[in-house]
Design a protein around this ligand. Structure first.
Ligand code: 16G
Length: 253
């Protein structure tokens, strides 16, 4: 086995995988970093060696490396090569604590930000009206946002809130939960349903991953102290960056 094969695996080109080649090169490099074959501060093999070892063009290798440099996982020093900065972080969300995206990211020392996709007030769909115990004429605020952590897109979220709990939708600046708290309507309990999903091309473009990538689809129903439903949110999280962790206790009756 040559050096590249033991580091990055066998040639890539002659398989029927529809995933873009540069992305598969990135996955190989990230796997080598995650398994400690490539350690922080260690140099990546030269572009030509990687291209030859994986049986692909140097242009593809360059594109793969540029993407990882942009994400801060590799760094390039003029004249001396490309070096490993660190590992791709998988995030964990504890399923036993009710936190907002903003709080969750801050607790990890990451900078949350939002790209707004839509914000409107409209009538609920029959499904939303049922979930939120609304009469069909009561309006809801619909917030669709791309949630970002340290410039990496993490999830697409559509939150549906009865207007009576959020009379001014523009009050949501960085955090929905901050706005709800300011109105005295912070949820205290939630039920979450998680399932595996495949990203549509539009979702994949927003989350900056190849179309057809895996995702976690999460529905959260949140409730006020008095049991009234205050939020129905559908989130689509990138499958490659998030772990949801549940603590299980054995209860002996
Ligand atoms: C989380 C919640 C979402 C909630 C949002 C509020 C999950 C799966 N979903 O993303 O239901 O609307 O936090 O975040 O965790 P914000 O206060 O930062 O807007």
């Amino acid at each position: 086995m040559n050096g590249i094969a033991s580091l990055l695996g066998p040639p890539l080109a002659d398989t029927y995988d529809p995933t873009p080649l540069y992305f598969r090169v990135q996955e190989r490099i990230l796997a080598a970093i995650e398994t400690d074959l490539l350690k922080p501060a260690e140099a990546l093999p030269g572009e030509r060696d990687i291209a030859e070892g994986l049986g692909i063009s140097r242009v593809t290798v360059r594109k793969a490396i540029a993407g990882l440099v942009e994400k801060g996982l590799l760094t390039q020093r003029q004249g001396s090569g490309t070096f490993v900065v660190g590992r791709r972080q998988r995030m964990e969300q504890r399923l036993s604590r009710l936190t907002s995206f903003t709080e969750d990211m801050r607790l990890r020392g990451l900078k949350p930000s939002t790209h707004w996709l839509n914000r409107d007030v409209s009538l609920p769909t029959p499904d939303e009206a049922m979930r939120l115990s609304l009469s069909p004429s009561e309006t809801v605020v619909r917030l669709k946002r791309l949630r970002i952590a340290n410039d990496v897109p993490m999830a697409i979220e559509t939150a549906v809130i009865p207007s009576r709990y959020l009379p001014k939708p523009e009050a949501v600046v960085a955090s929905l939960y901050d706005a709800l708290e300011a109105n005295g309507c912070l949820p205290v309990r939630a039920l979450q349903r998680l399932r595996a999903a495949i990203l549509t091309p539009a979702e994949a473009a927003l989350l900056e991953v190849p179309p057809g990538s895996p995702a976690l689809a999460i529905d959260r129903m949140s409730y006020l102290e008095n049991g009234a439903p205050v939020e129905f949110t559908r989130s689509t999280y990138r499958g490659d960056t998030y772990d949801f962790v549940a603590e299980l206790n054995l209860r002996r009756e």
